[in-house]
Design a protein around this ligand. Sequence first.
Ligand code: HEC
Length: 430
Amino acid sequence: MSLFTHSRFVLAVALVAALGVVALPSVSAAQNDAEVTFTKDVAPILQRSCQECHRTDSIAPMSLLTYEEARPWARSIKDKVITRAMPPWYIDKNIGVQEFKYDYSLTDDEISTIAAWVDNGAPQGNLADMPPARQFRDIAEWKIGEPDWVVEIPEPFVVAAAAPNWWGDLVSDSGLTEDRWVKAVETKPSIEGFPVVHHAVTSMSDPESDDDDYNFLNEYALGKNGDIFPDGTGRMIKAGSQIKFNMHYAANGVETTDRTRVGITFYPRGVVPERELISAHVGDDEDLDIPAGESNVRHDGFYRLKENAHITAFQAHLHNLGKRQCLGAVLPDNTKQILSCADWDFGWHIVYNYEDDVAPLLPKGTTLHVTSWHDNSDANRWNDDPTNWAGFGQRSNDEMSFAWVSYYEIDDETFEKKVEARKGQTDNDE
Ligand code: HEC
């Protein structure tokens, strides 16, 4: 910016300040506010970021497809979007990688648009401006194509009409009698169960391992598709594995039966993909000390990458008292980076999948650093008892602190190539 334009800008700010107007942006926003309407400005935002969940027979409490449906919720919509409680997407927008697959979060501009619409009396606007209704994917359809293998939860799960939220693990035998490499995987509710499945995360056990650990497989949540791994990349599922379904059921006013399942497509027998997609428990801290009433208790954990890594996904794992988690990296030359931070809400276990061309590339010898914060005060709506100390444990009213991180290892040559290609990318952007 030249000195000339700079001084003009300062002058403009000074003038506006003299007139008693606080900041420049609010001047232009005020001019546009009167023109913000549902059909022209708000409906497209709801279509992209809300309607997947907010429509009849989906998981949210009300439908937001039409003006008539949205209008009574205007105030509440404004409250939820300006606090970023809705849509449920809790990545910190000010730090770390910002591009994710299936990102339905709102931009600051979209939030301002919704707020302006509500402040202005939530007008409908011109009917001709209404975009055509959004088409939704058919729940019966597998995004990964017809799978080779399907494992269901052990028994149909019945959610009473007015049941409280239910979280828990349901475990099934996979029935696999040989080790196989997974090419694609998708977890999905049954058609009848769809409206009550808030989310489902599947993981698989390693029958040869002593600890009863399960390894991440896939996440089902509305707005996300199954995982089709890049060619040459796979995940091994071992003979005799069990599949654990971590379920969150939310009642919807009608007794509903669900039978969530996971569908898997294999590499042909005998084909071993070059790269294994690893999902690791990262930065476990089992020595948690969370005093009663404290609202911001920090713990740290570490995990060393023995090989170069391309990180594909990050998911915080905390329990009821979780507040926030950051995933950082300490590189071999001791420089530090924050890859992602996300606020935590126990009601939503979100996997954040990095866009391929911005996914973190970390050289071998990097240490991943997980920092978690817990809130044991009564300000945390998930806290049953703020007068009690909390520590590590398996039950959901015990606490945990680690991240699920998915990555695949790459050799030095490939790593260098990827890093070089990235440099080219940024040069082009500038
Ligand atoms: C991934 C699913 C999902 C998406 C996307 C989503 N919501 Fe929600 N919303 C829910 C669920 C489920 C609830 C019920 C509360 C809960 O479980 O957190 C809810 C609750 C709400 C509420 C409070 C309703 C009440 O009973 O007070 C409002 C308002 C809301 N959502 C607005 C929005 C808006 C606006 C968007 C888009 C900008 C959006 N939501 C996107 C699932 C979603």
